[in-house]
Design a protein around this ligand. Structure first.
Ligand SMILES: Nc1ncnc2c1ncn2[C@@H]1O[C@H](COP(=O)(O)OP(=O)(O)OP(=O)(O)O)[C@@H](O)[C@H]1O
Ligand SMILES: [Mg+2]
Length: 311
């Protein structure tokens, strides 16, 4: 459905040269939520804008349903809808309804078809009871819902969302996460960019982590979580351990103490380091009351990958 091959983009303004995207490749499929995760300046928005033909890349290939975006932008755009950062597709002086009629019209929609689609998307985004309110008077969360509703009017198979939950209240974020899953269930491809881990954890099928314009990892959400869980354990020593052993084990992780109980939060740099750990334990044979897989949250995983402690 969407293929991006070796995308590169350098911004030049006067003396300043910024290599924003340094060769990003991926493909994404219908029915999938594909998340681009990365810190500020990673190149997420540049990638999305390139897909939409709003930014002309230096090199690379972008195809939507086999249509080349760079050569055939108009035709490709018929398959895509987007909400960019700062959602400029909402007119503050128009009501919710007027916004939909206006922007729907720009996408060639009108009459009964537009009316029916307006009802559908308003229902989906939970804004049916606000159709006559001025967009400028809505909360940030409801403005974002409206922006997404407008983008969904043409019912395109590809939906691009740049930071869809940035700065939103909890309720609107939740609603938007629900909508994103719903769109994937309707066999659309949703490509989103974010640094909101919760959004990724709860909606994404696959995650591409990018930093400094390069892909750091691309895999299924479960694989990413697993990859790190396997290497993080919590070992509880019932009756404490000697200072000598503690010193030796400190290369494996951090200790915490609670009464006589000592807990070691192990983080293995590679999976087979576990044998070295057991070798050390064998000497003193402290009483181990439990060894558990530690739950790491996604945010931590993300920070680790970005810092590069993946190996
Ligand atoms: N129009 C532009 N002119 C010059 N530099 C730009 C322009 N747009 C983006 N950049 C630079 O390119 C790099 C990538 O920017 P981009 O907006 O793609 O990152 P991002 O991942 O979307 O970041 P954020 O999380 O802050 O939105 C940054 O260093 C940014 O400053
Ligand atoms: Mg951005």
């Amino acid at each position: 459905m969407l293929q991006v091959k070796d995308l590169k983009k350098t911004y030049r303004s006067g003396e300043k040269v910024v290599e924003a995207v340094k060769g990003i490749s991926f493909s994404a499929n219908p029915g999938e939520v594909f998340a681009m995760l990365g810190p500020n300046g990673a190149g997420k928005s540049t990638t999305i804008k390139s897909i939409l033909g709003l930014v002309i890349p230096d090199s690379g290939e972008i195809k939507v349903n086999d249509i080349d975006v760079l050569k055939n932008r108009k035709k490709a755009l018929r398959l895509m809808a987007a909400v960019l950062e700062g959602n400029r597709n909402v007119h503050w002086r128009l009501s919710v309804r007027e916004n939909m009629i206006y922007f729907g019209g720009m996408r060639g929609l009108g009459g009964k078809r537009l009316k029916r689609r307006m009802e559908e998307v308003a229902e989906l985004l939970g804004i049916s009871d606000r159709m006559d309110q001025l967009a400028g008077k809505l909360s940030r969360g409801y403005q974002q819902r409206l922006a997404i509703a407008i983008a969904l009017l043409p019912d395109t198979p590809v939906v691009l969302l740049d930071e869809p939950t940035l700065g939103l209240d909890i309720e609107s974020s939740m609603e938007i996460r629900k909508v994103i899953r719903e769109l994937a269930n309707e066999e659309k491809l949703v490509l989103l960019s974010t640094h909101d881990m919760k959004l990724v954890e709860q909606t994404a099928d696959r995650v591409m982590i990018i930093n400094h314009g390069r892909v750091i990892t691309l895999s299924g959400i479960n694989e990413i979580m697993e990859m790190f869980k396997r290497r993080a354990y919590r070992i509880v020593f019932e009756n404490g351990i000697s200072n000598e052993l503690k010193e030796k084990l400190s290369t494996f992780g951090k200790f915490s103490e609670d009464g006589g109980k000592v807990t070691l939060n192990v983080e293995l740099k590679s999976a087979d380091r576990i044998y070295d750990l057991f070798d050390m334990l064998k000497g003193e044979k402290p009483t181990i009351s439990s060894i558990e897989n530690e739950d790491i949250d996604f945010e931590e995983i993300f920070m680790k990958i970005v810092r590069g402690d993946k190996s």
